[in-house]
Design a protein around this ligand. Structure first.
Ligand code: SAH
Ligand code: DHB
Ligand code: MG
Length: 221
């Protein structure tokens, strides 16, 4: 069997066993599809990993950069306590509109705020309002990953978890001379992580419904 076929089948098996019958999240993916959004959300098993990490952390204030249709937002917001809050940043009005509807369907509108605009324009306002986050998920335009990490470090509590999606770039991440802006963004992010004393991190490769990819997982000191 080609690798990607077995990766898909194993992911489907894990989903059937561990994440069965989640009609709210299944409807989110349907709504995204009907609205023409790209299917670049995290997979169900990855979404549940984010949820479990937020639970383990006891996260109360989550920041997400890159909302799309709110699929990962909903996973993360489900991990919040009654008085918890997730702030999610999205540049695309159409994506934000679909996400808002999905978040209402998931009955999470009281815990989720979508801020529309270029994240690099809206992140400073979070700092100005003294917002502080104990869990940060970076999943937007990859060339800006180094800037997003710097902002995340400015906005994080001590002990905060910082997760970055899509750090493998199909293996291209290892090539110093690769000229792709997303690969360069991830490599610069890795250089920052290598040298920045404020965060302790690892990276993990993943396979499954979303192909070959991976996450950075870090804890702010
Ligand atoms: N986290 C989502 C997927 C996000 S896809 C999930 O797993 O369900 C990346 C999103 O980042 C897209 O919706 C895209 O419009 C948004 N994005 C791209 N550039 C951005 C920017 N500069 N500022 C904010 N959002 C951006
Ligand atoms: C892309 C973005 C993502 O966040 C992702 O998980 C997969 C692909 C993209 O921009 O192609
Ligand atoms: Mg992603």
């Amino acid at each position: 069997m080609p690798n990607n076929v077995i990766w898909n089948d194993v992911d489907e098996y894990f989903i059937e066993k561990l994440i069965p019958n989640d009609s709210i999240l299944e409807n989110v993916l349907l709504a995204n599809y009907h609205a023409g959004l790209p299917s670049i959300d995290v997979s169900p098993t990855q979404g549940k990993l984010l949820y479990l990490l937020a639970k383990i952390k006891g996260a109360k204030n989550i920041l997400e950069i890159g909302t799309l249709g709110g699929y990962s937002s909903i996973w993360l917001a489900r991990a919040l306590p009654e008085d918890g809050k997730l702030t999610t940043l999205e540049i695309n009005h159409e994506h934000a509109k679909v996400a808002e509807k999905n978040i209402i369907e998931a009955k999470l509108q009281n815990k989720v705020e979508i801020i529309i605009g270029k994240a690099l324009d809206t992140l400073p306002s979070l700092k100005e309002s003294n917002s502080i986050f104990d869990f940060i998920f970076i999943d937007a335009d990859k060339p800006n990953n180094p800037h997003y990490l710097n902002w995340a470090l400015k906005l994080a509590t001590s002990g905060a978890l910082i997760i970055v999606d899509n750090v493998v770039r199909n293996g291209e991440v290892i090539y110093q001379t690769n000229q792709d802006a997303s690969v360069k963004g991830v490599r610069k992010l890795m250089d920052l992580l290598a040298s920045d004393q404020r965060i302790d991190s690892t990276a993990i490769q993943t396979v499954g419904l979303k192909g070959f990819d991976g996450f950075v997982i870090g804890v702010v000191k």
